[in-house]
Design a protein around this ligand. Structure first.
Ligand SMILES: [Zn+2]
Length: 508
């Protein structure tokens, strides 16, 4: 199986923030999960570097657009490293190979007879870089995404005849009822298609920071067309000497503010140019802090670099997908973060590992006991563990990241109950219970190994560390989900080590 997954390319008019981190980690979770399944995975992220807002941001800083993007792009590359994102390539829309591909792409639209030159006047939001129909604006006449009044703009531009694709798009939606998820976003996009599509301008004459229209260099290609095409262009040069075009169609992750571009305009452009529509799209919600959405233009920026520096990467990755059901809007807070850090990561998971390892050290000289007649309780724990692996996998196949974590967590709690119920410290005092104690200690190690393998996509560093402390192999091959079976636990020597999640230093 092939799994080509993308984040949107991030617009470099402002610094990276938590909103970018959220989408990137989501795509990374699915990329890692599909690698564990043995799929051929390609994970793409990058930066969107053309358009009016970039030119304006550069001007405000007193530099050229080229200087601006060359300073900003490395910050987004740094973000992927800080997040431990396993992306296979980082595309920049100022890459010459991308620019050439965009020109060839619009030539295909033109050859299909889908391009026309027209004069158009309309209400234009400079933040969206898009025209709005009056009917789609907020009741006070402002852009619903940015809360600012669009300006009237008149230009002679090249138009893509989107209206021609209404029936084909509608048929595609009807034939693929899951292609956009969650369902509410599918319905939103479909109703957008079915209320009537108007042709869209795909070039600008008023700016110069962009890819020139190949047959009319007085105009540059609209930044959204330029940006969307990255999902195709990257495949032609990400690996020098290798053509990855066979990986298309890809699966796109994004926030809901760019649904229309991805779920309506992009598939129509692809159809016109002779490509298959995307394999699927998942539209996530907003992370809210004090009721305000975390998004690019509002200014309530939470610096993910600072959060990670204080608390570590995995706790952030865990919290964002544990706290807010992926796909919905939800409120995050430092208070909520600290609660989950302490109660779930430090106490329920970290402590479970510490106790298990130290009991194996204390009662069995640090060696995980051999499998013996394990008794009914351990048979249940084994069956529940393997059922948990399957349940979490089914959730991740459906991009239900939060539900997948919940499946694992129910099992973490099950293992904690096993410790309380069996009380190994009591079994250890009775020589007649030696076999039972072996079975319990072995079950804790085997259960924790399944937990680590299943949590790996979400908290990869922690998962590998759990396996390491349990003396289990943890290379890429060992992380495969077909290894996530109870009996694959190796008899090995465990390592007693400091807490996985140390107490948070307050007032730092
Ligand atoms: Zn807007």
């Amino acid at each position: 199986m092939r799994y080509y997954v993308t984040t949107p390319i991030y617009y470099v008019n402002a610094e990276p923030h938590l909103g970018h981190a959220y989408t990137t980690v989501a795509a990374d979770i699915l990329a890692r999960y599909h690698r564990q399944k043995g799929d051929e995975v390609f994970f793409l992220t990058g930066t969107d570097e053309h358009g009016t807002k970039i030119a304006q941001a550069a001007e405000a800083r007193g530099c050229t657009p080229r200087e601006h993007v060359d300073q900003m792009a490395p910050k987004f590359q740094e973000l992927t490293r800080t997040l431990d994102a396993s992306n296979d390539f980082f595309i920049r829309t100022t890459d010459p190979q991308h620019e050439a591909f965009v020109q060839a792409f619009v030539e295909k639209l033109r050859a299909a007879g889908d391009i026309e030159k027209r004069t158009y006047g309309g209400l234009y939001c400079t933040q969206c870089e898009a025209f709005w129909y009056e009917r789609d604006l907020a009741p006070d006449g402002t852009c619903p995404d940015h809360g600012i009044k669009p300006v009237y703009l008149e230009e002679e531009n090249y138009y893509f005849l989107l209206s021609r694709y209404q029936d084909r798009l509608s048929a595609f939606f009807r034939a693929n009822p899951e292609w956009v998820r969650p369902k509410s976003r599918y319905n939103e996009a479909l109703s957008f298609v079915e209320q009537g599509l108007e042709d869209i301008s795909i070039s600008r004459s008023s700016i110069t920071w962009g890819v020139p229209v190949p047959w009319d260099p007085e105009q540059v290609i609209y930044v959204w067309v330029d940006a969307l095409v990255n999902y195709l262009s990257a495949l032609t040069y990400a690996r020098p000497g290798e053509d990855l075009s066979g990986l298309w169609p890809g699966f796109h992750f994004m926030a809901k503010d760019i649904l229309k571009f991805h779920a309506v305009i992009w598939p129509a452009l692809l159809m016109s140019a002779g490509y298959a529509p995307p394999a699927g799209e998942f539209i996530h919600g907003y992370l809210l802090m004090s009721g305000e959405k975390m998004s690019k233009t509002r200014g309530n920026v939470l610096d993910p670099f600072a959060v990670i520096a204080t608390y570590g990467l995995d706790p952030l990755r865990f919290y964002l997908f544990r706290e807010v059901t992926f796909g919905q809007d939800g409120v995050i807070s430092m208070e909520g973060f600290e609660q989950r850090y302490t109660n779930e990561l430090a106490n329920e998971l970290g402590n479970l590992l510490s106790r298990s390892v130290s009991m194996i050290a204390k009662y069995r000289g640090g060696r995980i006991p051999q499998a013996g007649p394990e008794g009914e309780v351990m048979t249940d724990v084994a069956a529940e563990g393997e059922a948990m692996v399957r349940a979490a996998g089914a959730h991740l196949d459906a991009v239900e990241i939060t539900a997948a974590i919940e499946s694992v967590w129910a099992y973490v709690r099950r293992l904690n109950r096993l410790v309380e119920e069996e009380a190994p410290w009591k079994l250890a005092k009775d020589e007649a219970q030696a076999g039972r104690l072996d079975a319990v200690l072995r079950a804790l190690a085997a259960g924790l190994r399944l937990v680590a393998l299943t949590l790996y996509p979400v908290i990869p560093g922690t998962a590998v560390e759990i396996l390491r402390r349990l003396g289990q192999p943890h290379g890429d091959v060992d992380l495969r989900l077909d290894e996530a079976l109870w009996d694959r636990l190796e008899v090995a020597t465990v390592e007693v080590a400091p807490p996985l999640f140390p107490r948070i230093e307050r007032g730092a």
